[in-house]
Design a protein around this ligand. Structure first.
Ligand code: AHM
Ligand code: MG
Length: 328
């Protein structure tokens, strides 16, 4: 049984918090802590770019180029570069799976960890100044360090995650993560350039009254999903859909709710990707007392067959996910 521990005080800096929790890792050598710090650092750089997004056209209109004279790159490509560079430099990761790369990227054979990341999710929202996010999963490699990466290092089930989380670039920037010992949320103070603990030991309400789904595709939803949506309407639940997974997920985590991306005619396996979108949020939500499934099976138990595999996704308050499953 897990020993109860003294809660870290609100306002603790992320670095200090990570250090104080290092003994929670089964292999407490400091590398996983360093990885989390690398991700946090890269997210600060991405946050800076995201905040400047609206100014790019103005600068363009003024005929200015960025300091290195490069053409302005798309933000999701840029975010991918920032995170891969940070992870490459750190040396703790041996491979990187990213939404932005067809195949996985070999980083450092002596690294012990495999990272799956969606560097900037919801990027269609950038141009309209709506919240976007980064989603990450960390796995321990199965093969011996120093040897080439094997398929079993890459295609691991969600239950094998040693840490996972997300960064939400919203009205405030937040980093929320778990290492399997609860969920903690940190808010970024841009004036100090540091994340501070603002949401210790986060728990999702067991039930909720918010449902988040793109109802524009209603006609092509599977029958059980149509029935659940009807149920939500009968119950007078609030429909809230930003179309930015991290933002929708985060709101429901705080307030209680369910997010659904079901199979549709356009995307018969759903739209979202198991390895770098669903698994991380499933790990977080379970650690917060919620549930994540594909409508029938637990997300974390799905054995991935390919890097960019998609899955229907039902995630949020335990009772709401169970109710949605009951129509299947
Ligand atoms: P992306 O990875 O191309 O950004 O797509 C993922 C996004 C999610 O953030 C969001 O929940 C979903 O796609 C919205 O899709 P839709 O516009 O079909 O509702
Ligand atoms: Mg995405």
């Amino acid at each position: 049984m897990e020993q109860s521990r003294i809660a870290a005080p609100i306002g603790s800096a992320l670095d200090r918090f990570i250090k104080s929790r290092q003994d929670e890792f089964p292999y407490a050598s400091g590398e996983l802590s360093q990885l989390l710090r690398d991700i946090a650092l890269a997210s600060k750089v991405v946050n800076r770019e995201v905040n400047k997004a609206g100014l790019i056209d103005i600068m363009g209109a003024m005929g200015s180029v960025n300091t290195t004279g490069e053409h302005q790159q798309k933000l999701d490509v840029l975010a991918n570069i920032r995170f891969s560079r940070a992870l490459m430099k750190g040396g703790e990761a041996c491979a990187l799976i990213s939404e932005e790369s067809e195949s996985y990227i070999d980083l450092n054979n002596s690294g012990k960890y495999v990272i799956a990341i969606d560097p900037l999710d919801g990027s269609s929202n950038i141009d309209v100044n709506v919240s976007i996010g980064t989603i990450f999963s960390i796995y321990r490699r199965k093969s011996k360090t120093g040897t080439p990466i094997q398929p079993e290092d890459i295609l691991q089930k969600g239950t094998e995650q040693v840490a996972a989380g997300y960064i939400l670039y919203g009205s405030s920037t937040m980093l929320v993560y778990t290492t399997g010992h609860g969920v903690n949320g940190f808010t970024y103070d841009p004036t100090l350039g540091e994340y501070f603990l603002s949401h210790p030991d986060m728990k999702i309400p067991e039930d909720g009254k918010i449902y988040s789904i793109n109802e524009g595709s209603y006609n092509s939803f599977p029958e059980p999903v149509k029935q659940y949506v009807q149920y939500c309407k009968e119950k007078n639940y609030s429909g809230r859909y930003i179309g930015s997974l991290v933002a929708d997920f985060h709101r429901n985590l705080l307030k209680g709710g369910i997010y659904i991306y079901p199979a549709t005619a356009k995307d018969p396996n759903g739209k979202l990707r198991l390895m770098y979108e669903c698994n991380a949020l499933a790990f977080v939500v379970e650690q917060a007392g919620g549930k994540a499934s594909d409508g029938q099976k637990r997300i974390l138990d799905i054995v991935p067959e390919s890097l960019h595999q998609r899955t229907p996704f039902f995630v949020g308050s335990k009772k709401m996910v169970e109710k949605a499953e009951s129509f299947h």
